[in-house]
Design a protein. Sequence first.
Length: 367
Amino acid sequence: MTIDSPGLKAVALAAALTAASAAYANDAALLTPLTANTSSPSNWRFVPGQAFNGVAGALDGVARLSYANAGGNWICSGSLLAGGQYVLTAAHCADDFSSMKVSFGWANGAVGVSRNVAVTGSYVNPRWNGDLDTGADIAVLKLDQAVTTIKGYKLSATNDVGKDYLMAGYGTSGLGGGDTEPNLGERAWGHYGYNSYDVDSKSFNEISNQVVDNWGYDPNYYAPGATYMSDYDDGSAAHNTLGRIAGVSGNGWRSGSGLGANEALAASGDSGGGDFIWNGSEWLLSGVHSWGFQGSEMCPNFNLSDCDASPGNPSGFGDLSGSTATYSHLAWINAVTAVPEPQTYAMMLSGLAMAGLIAGRRRQKQG
């Protein structure tokens, strides 16, 4: 998937709010047929305290973001970072809002813990320019009050291409092979599922550029950071979209046929939500949900057909999603969330002053 190629455009996974249901008049997601799981959405709800790989409350740090701007009211997702003061989300969820509420433990429409984020508490990656696939779709939100009752997530420091991950978010949910809109009440829950990182966007586009005329690949476009790509497999060869594309592109990456009944894909409202890698003892936050792309729009570029099980379903079998990789932004995230002691601030300021003085002298010497 590439933004700068002719005719291709990724779709952000944020969702607009609607007053379609009286019970959820302020919280319902956009009414379009979207999905994330292989079976009934009720099978994939997560609730406070639920254990994954033996870790109780493993998804308690998944945040539901509800915010407003001039365009309306919106839903995104996020992940509480270790320490409890900050939430990691997508830049396109944090670059334009007038008010924002962050909720944890959202289940059946009830909230466990809520915090607010001031406009000045949003730290958008400095290389974010609105393009979804550059690897810069990531932001840090500072909560007005730290959350001390929930354990936040540590970040993965490794390139996790090829690994399976646990995903979670507060987007819509339905069936991977269906075109029907799920029950409105399902929006009262967060949902989880599993997938695998097949390839990073830079590699995908670099290799694709060699087989597709006018693909428009520019390595500088992907310089801001890394984006992981996944497809939504149902076990069939036909809907293994990234595997089929790899086959006609020189097999520059591997893509399996999926994780069976556990397979899932991010959907509308999951923007900013987390992908978690198991390191043997804990879940590490590895990716931040960024974009979705339909197989029916991607595959024709490679002279492939029937990749998409449900062209009318933007998150059905055969479709793709992209997540910003945390490892490519560790230095920036740590700089934003660091809380130096007063003496450290003094040292930093004196160091900056000295650096400015030296730079000034160098400029004078140079001209």
